[in-house]
Design a protein around this ligand. Structure first.
Ligand SMILES: Cc1cc2nc3c(=O)[nH]c(=O)nc-3n(C[C@H](O)[C@H](O)[C@H](O)COP(=O)(O)OP(=O)(O)OC[C@H]3O[C@@H](n4cnc5c(N)ncnc54)[C@H](O)[C@@H]3O)c2cc1C
Ligand SMILES: NC(=O)c1ccc[n+]([C@@H]2O[C@H](COP(=O)([O-])OP(=O)(O)OC[C@H]3O[C@@H](n4cnc5c(N)ncnc54)[C@H](OP(=O)(O)O)[C@@H]3O)[C@@H](O)[C@H]2O)c1
Length: 272
């Protein structure tokens, strides 16, 4: 046996022993700090579009390093997609960023979360508010037929520091009309509102400021957010979520949960 074969076989044995292992099928690096990847889906895994699961890799000590990740693919997809940051020195992402097709990741099959249609009362228009990797649950919900069955209008806002940080979200939105399952349902329902804060782009500024000064409504030709018609889902940093909660409450919307649906729901895109 050559040295190379021995190493490959040792790796294979290690991979087989991973708990809840799934195989990576695709990886795309969008910037030097953002990437997306797809893995096989356990046959038994049922989830609602917008939910998150724990995924991870084995650390050097043989113990799993697990982190919460929104499933970016819709509930009907054969595979699972994720959209990830690369945190310099981050216990998980400093390793995860090197995965390649054929590698294995750990996936704990216990989906949960509040960014689900069940947590919202019926409405006419839904707003998805995201910053950074907070776009991930909306990549799932934008590809979910229920979104278009339930709402006449779907508005997705995405605020990032730089233009390149918007690329994954832009590609998801652009792919919707050609999607064989939801393409016809999407029609002209989706309005995409990307903004940047630290690099010149057609729309500059934090979405929170653009809501407060009415720019968003003028740009989209909408007369505001109202509890009778509008529903919202929010996913970003803690500070972003807190600000948007205050803004939405100011419009008269009440927070919902799985146990008690309301007019908006919030989930953290990361802790810290
Ligand atoms: C409900 C939930 C869903 C999540 N979904 C995703 C997801 O879909 N994609 C994703 O990339 N991450 C997501 N995260 C964050 C994820 O769990 C990890 O924190 C991230 O993968 C970094 O892991 P790490 O071990 O490398 O660093 P950690 O030790 O976990 O994080 C180190 C620091 O990096 C910063 N950080 C971590 N994650 C992010 C992020 N996504 N964006 C900006 N700053 C961050 C924080 O300041 C954090 O304190 C989610 C977190 C929660 C709570
Ligand atoms: N993106 C990069 O190019 C970059 C480069 C190196 C390191 N990092 C590090 O990576 C981590 C995550 O960066 P990130 O850019 O993904 O996430 P982030 O810092 O949460 O910023 C994402 C977007 O959300 C906006 N934002 C932040 N707080 C907000 C609030 N309260 N209300 C409204 N909008 C708000 C930011 O605007 P503002 O720009 O106005 O804050 C930015 O446009 C940070 O620790 C950062 O230091 C990022």
């Amino acid at each position: 046996m050559t040295e190379m074969t021995a190493v490959t076989e040792a790796k294979a044995v290690k991979a087989q022993t991973l708990p809840d292992a799934q195989t990576v099928t695709y990886v795309k690096h969008w910037t030097d700090r953002l990437f997306s990847f797809r893995v096989t889906r356990p046959r038994s895994l049922r989830f609602r579009s917008g939910e998150f699961v724990m995924i991870g890799l084995l650390g050097d000590n043989g113990k799993p390093i697990l982190r919460a990740y929104s499933i970016a693919s819709p509930a009907w997809d054969d595979e699972l997609e994720f959209y990830s940051i690369k945190v310099p020195g981050g216990p998980l992402t400093s390793r995860l960023q090197h995965i390649k097709p054929g590698d294995q990741v750990i996936l704990r099959p216990k989906p949960t979360g509040t960014l689900v249609h069940d947590a919202l009362l019926p409405g006419k228009r839904i707003w998805f508010f995201a910053t950074g990797t907070g776009f991930a649950p909306f990549a799932s919900l934008l590809r979910e037929p229920e979104t278009y069955e339930k709402y006449d209008e779907v508005i997705i806002t995405h605020t990032c520091r730089e233009v390149a940080d918007l690329a994954y979200g832009k590609s998801i939105v652009e792919s919707l009309k050609d999607d064989p399952l939801i393409g016809e349902m999407v029609d002209d329902k989706v309005k995409y509102y990307p903004t940047t804060t630290r690099e010149e782009s057609p729309k500059m500024g934090r979405i929170t400021d653009l809501l407060r000064d009415g720019t968003v409504f003028r740009d989209l030709g909408i007369d505001g957010i109202h509890p009778e018609t509008d529903r919202a889902m929010v996913c970003g940093s803690l500070a972003f979520n807190m600000e948007l909660k205050e803004i939405l409450e100011g419009y008269g919307l009440r927070e919902g949960a799985n146990s008690e649906p309301g007019e908006y729901v919030v989930e953290k895109a990361f802790v810290g």
